[in-house]
Design a protein around this ligand. Sequence first.
Ligand code: NDP
Length: 330
Amino acid sequence: MFKALLLQQGEDGLASPAITEIDEGQLPEGDVTVAVEYSTVNYKDGLCLSPKGGGLVRNYPHVAGIDFAGTVEASEDSRYAPGDKVVLTGWRVGEVHWGGYAQKARVKADWLVPLPEGLTTRQAMAVGTAGLTAMLAVMALEDHGLVPGKGPVLVTGAAGGVGSVATAILAQLGHEVAAVTGRPEQADYLRDLGATEIVARDELTEVTRKPLESERWAGCVDAVAGAMLGRVLKQMNYGASVAAIGLAGGAAIEGALITPFILRGVNLLGIDSVMQPYDNRLRAWARIARDLPMDKLEAMVEPATLADLPRLGADILKGQVKGRVVVDVN
Ligand code: NDP
């Protein structure tokens, strides 16, 4: 038996969570069983924990948690043996497959990566999908020519999970970082992570029909989309790139015009962490171990337990979680 935060559907069709003892025989199919140590809370976890499962959860009862890190307990795959430390992010685990909000998980070996050298399982979950995505975004910007010294790099939704990690990594790499936040009270937190400039969210949310604005940014990691991305595209330096990772401010790109692309050669780079191929995951985790200062990572962490998850899931959907949550599932 093991403990899990189980989501069960009521007669009204709405799901609610409760900490429940589960028999190991109920775990889904998979070739590796992991004793989970830590999980985390990403925006998508908030959706999966919500009463309608955010349109992502297909079947109940369900165990959410899109990320986990722990120790292999049993393996039918030659790549993993009992005692190995492993990390899982993405692959729709926690959405269509039972996830990390439990003391045990069973998954396909293909979905795992070995715990990156230099990180603990707790640190790996302080990173989680949000941090991996931030690193993938920085790598994409670099692959498209971003180098330090070209001017400030903008990070939107900066006090959130992806934004916090992106801010810390970019600063560590020697970039000036302009952090956009709707929470002015988080300015000191963002400066401590390495932001050199704080931009008020309101400055970038008015939709305009201007074809272009003054060039301001050498790159951008955008977690917000909506009106903000429409504005930011018009403010990018000639030839610069935006890595689009999220939609915290809306799924449309409001007020966007073709002008930044055809008059300034601006690039919009799409970043997906869920189906990211194995080799690039390894590359990103190695870069995280090298380029994300662990003291800055620790400064982002809010510790939590399974019992805190219903509240934290609701909070992240309201944009009220700061930095990264680390859930000790035991
Ligand atoms: P968080 O909630 O931790 O961060 C989002 C931040 O965006 C908030 O903290 C807030 O920052 C800002 N924000 C929230 N609502 C609005 C709004 N209406 N207008 C403008 N800014 C807003 O979530 P995550 O960092 O975990 O995820 C961020 C986004 O990235 C989500 O949309 C998520 O679905 C997506 N995502 C995509 C991935 C991928 O593979 N492409 C992987 C991971 C996440 P502040 O208070 O500082 O303004």
